[in-house]
Design a protein around this ligand. Structure first.
Ligand SMILES: Nc1ncnc2c1ncn2[C@@H]1O[C@H](COP(=O)(O)OP(=O)(O)OP(=O)(O)O)[C@@H](O)[C@H]1O
Ligand SMILES: [Mg+2]
Length: 275
């Protein structure tokens, strides 16, 4: 790929599948030959645990260390804090220290740009950087939206989640208007879908026909399955845990949709340039 694409995986609602999607889309992209970096931007450190780090709070270097250095205007080497996972992705872990950093960010100059400043050095080494956001719309998530080129929103198909989407969309629109005009929406990913229930079916149908008019709702839907929950305990992706499962097939299909998006965007910007 000529250019790196940075995707913020975000939803202020907790437990909707952000971390699971970051791991499995990330490994999915690496399996297609892309160079991938996953950033844990959540002090819970779930991404780090899902990638096999048992005690992220004990780590001497994490995303918090990097952001602290950026705030102190120290230079940070690109390899700082980077771990290599056996399934071919790199990642920068996070831990509880990140919540202290979020507090410090509020009183820092250019506070919205701290993560972007480091991400811009990382771009030349990767094709995709995925940021696993925490379940809030606080300063850390704003930093992720400012550092990103696009946003992917995992959401469970239930009424409360779709209500929260409006709030999220407003925050994204504000960041786009005021700070990051190039920010685009990749779309909404339906997660933990139990397609046997009529409630899920009717919410999905109404979401696709209403929200879907203005916003992409990915064709791939991630089914509810205990397989998805099992693999994070093992520090593996669903592809290593059970590659024949429906969840693996869905994340593989999502990966292809995400790659296809990029292909279309590149094509569009080339033809804009020609004109
Ligand atoms: N498709 C799925 N089917 C069943 N369980 C799932 C699925 N995807 C994720 N889970 C489980 O649901 C829980 C929440 O998922 P995950 O941690 O990915 O959500 P999150 O949005 O990152 O949460 P948080 O807001 O706390 O960061 C986890 O225990 C995870 O293993
Ligand atoms: Mg998470």
């Amino acid at each position: 790929m000529e250019q790196c694409k940075v995707i913020a995986i975000t939803n202020q609602k907790g437990g909707v599948g952000k971390t699971t999607t970051t791991v499995n889309l990330g490994v999915g992209l690496a399996r297609q030959g892309y160079r991938v970096l996953l950033l844990d931007a959540d002090p819970q450190g779930s991404l780090s645990v899902s990638l096999g780090l048992k005690q992220p709070d004990d780590l001497p270097v994490s995303l918090a260390t990097i952001l602290q250095k950026v705030m102190e205007e120290e230079s940070v080497p690109v390899e700082c804090g980077v771990h290599h996972h056996a399934e071919g992705v790199d990642f920068i872990p996070a831990n509880i220290e990140l919540s202290g950093i979020e507090v410090n960010l509020v009183n820092t100059m250019s506070r919205e740009y701290v993560l972007k400043s480091h991400v811009s050095h990382l771009r030349k080494h990767y094709d995709y950087i995925l940021i696993d956001c925490m379940p809030s719309l606080g300063m850390m998530t704003i930093n992720a939206l400012v550092a990103a080129d696009s946003v992917l929103i995992p959401s469970q198909p239930n009424f409360l989640s779709t209500k929260g989407l409006n709030l999220l969309m407003r925050s994204i629109a504000r960041v786009k208007r005021q700070i990051n005009p190039g920010l685009t929406m990749d779309g909404i990913l339906l997660t933990m879908v139990d397609s046997r229930t009529n409630n899920a079916k009717s919410i999905i149908a109404s979401l696709r026909s209403t929200v879907g008019q203005n916003l992409r709702v990915f064709q791939s839907e991630i089914p509810y399955s205990v397989r998805a929950a099992e693999c994070s305990n093992e520090g593996k992706s669903i592809f290593a845990h059970d590659k024949t499962s429906k969840v693996a097939q869905s994340y593989d299909a999502l990966t292809k949709e995400v790659i296809e998006l990029e292909r279309k965007e590149t094509h569009r910007s080339r033809s804009d340039w020609v004109r």
